[in-house]
Design a binder for this molecule. Sequence first.
Ligand code: AHR
Length: 367
Amino acid sequence: MKRKLLSLALCSVMAVGLLAGCGGSSSDGSGDQAASADSVAEAEEQISADADAGSGELISVGFAQVGHESDWRTASTQSCQDVFSEANGYDLSFVDCDNDSAAQLEAVRSFIQQGVQYIIIDPIVSTGWDQVLGECSDAGIPVIVIDRTIDDSDNYTAWVGSDFKTEGLAAGEWLAAYAEKQGISEINALVIEGTNGASAQIGRTDGFKEVADANGWTILDSQDGDFTEDGGQQVMESYCKSYEGQFNVVVCQNDNEAFGAMTAMDNAGVTYGVDGDVILISFDACTAGLQEVQKGTINADFECNPLAAPFVEEIIQTLQAGGEVESNEVYVEEHWYALPDAIVDFSVNGVAQEMTEVTDEVIEAQY
Ligand code: AHR
């Protein structure tokens, strides 16, 4: 289509050039030739730009999103829809898989049938992908994985996301430094995990546990809260009954679980946060999470950056231009947040970490 438009345009420019050559008054023929070459180049550029922006030339992208379980997820979806908009030259097929792995595989297969040019997957769980990725590869469709990882196949073009184990390690190392500062010698922690089998759950669980083991802390329990507010509340309600008076740390693997856990602790009369009996740690650092940090209800929040889409677009544009993807693993930048009293020095795997103080401006700029 683009080629056809281009040849039509070149024909018209050449026709104008020929007419100008026949009837023109210039005595220097080379000037006309140069002007004509410039016009052809300009017309080529213009037509190419028009064709890219025209509906016939939209780049088709299928995105199999995890679901809509959290504020983080809403921000991730919004970012993809903003980046892969028609105005930007894309035709996005978006499927909310509602945290159902079978539905996610089905969505990917439907993208193959539609013949989309690119497929983006945020894998609900990290395994079970080998077969369908083979089908994408057979169909010649590049797959870009975002956020969570796929751990049983590397048959995809690139991955853009977070280092979840580092997030978990950071939370643990922060707790060790903060507890020391507060003179707390014994840690009895309750963990509310994310969706079982998601790499975000696996990495955060492993990272925190590694530090807990190294420091001799007790993890009283660690259950799945499915990354939702309801899930966090239900698990915390049962923890409050089973471990009444026994815990001094609660780790929620995302902000929405933390909101649910706060409701459960409020109802059970458990105090938490900077003035409470329980240290509350969360992940994501979405706007509402940081507002809780500012209020002092969440002691520290470890960011998970949902803005992968701009990096994915760069990859797609590189492939569109016939280039090769330089790096097939892109880690998004992330920060650790607290109020000044809880900003402590710590390192992760020997690398000193910086913490960010939560202020109005920081909240304003967050997703
Ligand atoms: O995979 C990223 C995680 O999934 C985020 O921490 C959570 O909020 C989301 O639902």
